[in-house]
Design a protein around this ligand. Structure first.
Ligand SMILES: Nc1ncnc2c1ncn2[C@@H]1O[C@H](COP(=O)(O)OP(=O)(O)OP(=O)(O)O)[C@@H](O)[C@H]1O
Length: 257
């Protein structure tokens, strides 16, 4: 097993706000790790820290030497006054047309190469962004809410596609998602983040856990962006953990949760 990324007790702070607190995780080659958590939980911050875009305040973050990373951001601003085809858009990231053709084929949209990017659907745009992330056949694929704005059928297909790309490239995948029920089938390890890691585990263990089913499975909470779940602790406004009497741990509690 090749270790791609290892974070040990990392914290990320914006001025006096601790966005990511004492997070320890690892991502191996061929493994899909999914970060879930409520809005503002620090998921994007953690991903940006792993990408080296946001500095880590403390802790140790190590990456495989010369690790190649493909990144699919949560949002992309495209200037509507500058019409650009899908091929041209991808050419901004790679000059090699064979890479572009392979990437378009890999994500199943080779027919869209000549289409103006402003004229494609939301689901197609997500695939274009995914194609851009896989252009250079990265060792690690980082996807920030890849199924955002995609309808439910499209989401299932997109997660299946991500799994297929992992199999094809043999890369590791770190993904942020709110689509818990859909992501379950397409992930090896789920990490529930709320500044710190509240719970984590293999999706099968997690999804068979009655507490998990009660929290996420039956309510359709997975389909909405903001969800609630119970912890054996609460957070202060600064993210500090305070004890709480009434809640049982939800998934696999960490020692410090
Ligand atoms: N550049 C920044 N400067 C100051 N605070 C920031 C910055 N970026 C994020 N934050 C704050 O850090 C916290 C975590 O934000 P982050 O975007 O990482 O959360 P998230 O889990 O990705 O949220 P969402 O699900 O809404 O995308 C939030 O309180 C946010 O306001």
């Amino acid at each position: 097993m090749t270790l791609l990324v290892e974070a040990q007790h990392i914290c990320v702070q914006y001025n006096d706000h601790i966005a990511v607190n004492d997070v320890t995780l690892s991502i191996n080659k061929g493994e899909i790790v999914t970060l879930i958590g409520p809005n503002g939980a620090g998921k994007t911050t953690l991903v940006r820290a792993i990408l080296g875009l946001t500095p880590v305040s403390s802790g140790l973050l190590t990456k495989k030497p010369a690790l190649s990373i493909g990144y699919m951001p949560q949002k992309l601003q495209i200037d509507s006054t500058l019409p650009v085809t899908v091929n041209r858009f991808l050419a901004l990231a790679s000059r090699h047309s064979s890479n572009i053709n392979n990437a378009l084929k890999m994500v199943g949209i080779e027919h869209l190469g000549q289409k103006p990017i402003q004229a494609i659907s939301g689901g197609e745009l997500q695939r274009v962004l995914l194609a851009r992330a896989v252009l250079r056949q990265p060792e690690l694929l980082v996807l920030d809410e890849p199924a955002q704005g995609v309808d439910i059928t499209g989401q299932t297909e997109l997660y299946a596609l991500i799994k297929q790309i992992r199999d094809q490239l043999g890369c590791g995948v770190l993904m942020i998602s709110h689509d818990l029920h859909l992501v379950m089938a397409a992930t090896d390890n789920v990490i529930c983040l709320n500044q710190h890691i509240c719970c984590s585990g293999h999706p099968e263990t997690v999804s068979n856990d009655p507490a998990y089913q009660e929290l996420f499975g039956q309510t359709g909470a997975a389909q909405i962006a903001v969800y609630h779940h119970h912890h054996n602790h609460e957070h202060t406004i600064n993210g500090e953990v305070v004890a709480c009497q009434h809640d049982a741990p939800s998934i696999t509690p960490k020692e410090n949760s």
